[in-house]
Design a protein around this ligand. Structure first.
Ligand code: NAI
Ligand code: MG
Length: 499
């Protein structure tokens, strides 16, 4: 599918089982953030492409092979896809790294692990059982079963493109839906490469489609398309809100994961060396570009200075450079607007009176070349009311806030509009349980950070989202319940009253 256009790799979209040109005939460049220059040409989709993909997905949902497959057979297809991912995980990781600059060390593990979502939901596909309800009505039999929704739109961002797609695609397909994928305009290549595996696994044409392009040109018509039944979205809360409003007009279902401003809370009774590693992994892993970034460090006053000093010393040793090198620890920022946004937030923090204890600028180390690198940055003297403590920066910028006691840690921890995750570092068991209970977050980690699994529900409180991903229960977000009543009466009773 790839043809050389100069030195750039040119992609086509995947609609109805075909590799197609965009209706507009136009392409846009996708950049390699490490080099700070383009490497691929991506089709610039529009409403016509969206309509074509949604019509194909609707057709695949209602006729042809897909609706005839029983759940066990759908599961088998998903497990086959899992095997193909396992074989190709290194290749997929390299595409991701070229396009979004995350570390190969992390992405190769992530693309391999991603297969688990397809295995898990493949296994779950034929274990969704309805119930027989012992009703109070005489001579009736009532049972429930679950049916798919129809066409699902999966809209994903650039930080973990294929993993976040897996979180949506695997349960959506296991449930029997069909899907139109819209990847981020910054990282579209991996979703298109992934469609080769969808093809190889043997999914019928139209069951999974990819339309590439920009939010207003592809995302908006996709969300508004009358044949789309549900939107599964990961991204910013601003875009999430816009999608929610548009979905409301069509009374469509939504599930959304919208980022956060998660507190990583260190008590004076913590194992401090482990806590330092946990704080580092919360904010500098993935160059801070994760929804679960522990971007607020809350440290107990009694250990504040000592902890910050050790943290700064550790963070200072982070090796920056080529994300393809396995010993690189901090890679570039995925895209130029994001790079500029992070630098702007660094200025805002300074303006608000926060003090950079480390970093606070673009990284100009020789190993960073022309890439979009930001120095790992730690701000002290932060008040929780400052913008640097309230707004999602999505970069390697940590805001350190001291607290007195448990009560204050909870108050500060919860005093943001978000509630995606929280970290707690303590060796006191009572405190661990109390904090886990009192923090308003969809995930709480105690003495660890950034642990996620296909087995465990993930999602946000407050402005961090609606619904959950992963785990058994969430497959219901891709299903609707039908209640069937069967009368065994020999005669129909009085028709003028409700029974
Ligand atoms: P975004 O939330 O605007 O984009 C995510 C996806 O939504 C992309 O595929 C985009 O094309 C699509 N989209 C944009 N507008 C749309 C619309 N009106 N209707 C339907 N789809 C639409 O995020 P963006 O612009 O890439 O990054 C902006 C900020 O979002 C970042 O600076 C970061 O703070 C945050 N972000 C949060 C993520 C998270 O996982 N929580 C992931 C990526 C970004
Ligand atoms: Mg890119």
């Amino acid at each position: 599918m790839d043809t050389a256009a100069g030195t750039l790799t040119k992609y086509r979209m995947y609609i109805d089982g075909q590799w197609v040109e965009p209706a507009s005939g136009n392409y846009f460049e996708s950049d390699n953030p490490y080099l700070g220059k383009p490497w691929a040409l991506i089709p610039r989709g529009n409403a016509a492409d969206v309509d074509r993909a949604v019509q194909a997905a609707r057709k695949a949902f209602t006729s042809g092979e897909w609706p005839k497959l029983n759940a066990s057979k759908r599961g088998a297809l998903l497990r086959k896809l899992g095997d193909l991912i396992t074989d190709k995980s290194r290749f997929l990781a390299e595409i991701e790294v070229r396009d979004n600059g995350k570390l190969l060390a992390e992405m190769s593990a992530q693309t391999a692990y991603m297969a688990q979502w397809y295995y898990y939901y493949g296994g779950l596909a034929d274990k969704i059982e309805g119930t027989v309800i012992p009703t109070d009505k005489p001579d009736t039999f009532n049972y429930t079963h679950y049916e798919p929704l129809g066409v699902v739109a999966a809209i994903v961002p650039w930080n973990s493109p294929l993993l976040l797609l897996a979180w949506k695609l695997a349960p959506a397909l296991a449930a029997g839906n069909t899907v139109v994928v819209k990847p981020s305009e910054y990282t579209s290549a991996s979703a298109l490469e992934f469609m080769k595996l969808i093809e190889q696994a043997g999914f019928p044409a139209g069951v999974v489609n990819v339309v590439t392009g920009f939010g207003p040109e592809v995302g908006t018509p996709l969300v508004e398309h009358p044949l789309v039944a549900k939107i599964a979205f990961t991204g910013s809360d601003a875009t999430g809100q816009r999608i929610y409003e548009a979905a409301a007009k069509g009374l469509k279902r939504v599930s959304m994961e919208l980022g956060g401003k998660s507190p990583n809370i260190v008590f004076d009774d913590a194992h401090l060396d482990n806590a330092i590693k946990g704080v580092i992994s919360g904010i500098f892993a993935a160059t801070g570009q994760t929804c679960i970034a522990g971007s607020r460090l809350l440290v107990q006053q009694s250990i504040h200075d000592q902890f910050v000093e050790k943290l700064v010393a550790f963070a200072r040793t982070a090796k920056m450079g080529n994300p393809m090198d396995l010993d690189t620890q901090v890679g570039p920022v995925t895209n130029k607007p994001q790079f500029e946004k992070i630098l702007k937030y660094i200025d805002i923090a300074r303006g608000e009176g926060a003090k950079p204890a480390l970093g606070g600028a673009r990284a100009t180390r020789p190993e960073c070349g022309d890439g979009w690198f930001v120095e790992p940055t730690i701000f002290t003297g932060v008040k929780n009311s400052m913008r640097i403590a309230q707004e999602e920066v999505f970069g390697p910028v940590l805001a350190v806030i001291p607290f007195k006691d448990e009560e204050e840690a909870v108050a500060i921890g919860n005093d943001v509009v978000y509630g995606l995750a929280a970290g707690v570092w303590t060796q006191n068991m009572r405190r661990a349980f109390v904090m886990a209970e009192r923090l308003q977050a969809g995930t709480v980690w105690v003495n660890t950070y950034r642990a996620v699994s296909y087995l465990s529900p993930f999602g946000g409180y407050k402005r961090s989202g609606i619904g959950r991903e992963s785990g058994q229960e969430m497959i219901k977000e891709y299903l609707q319940t039908k209640s069937v009543w069967i009368s065994t009466a020999t005669e129909v009773p009085n028709p003028f009253i409700l029974r």
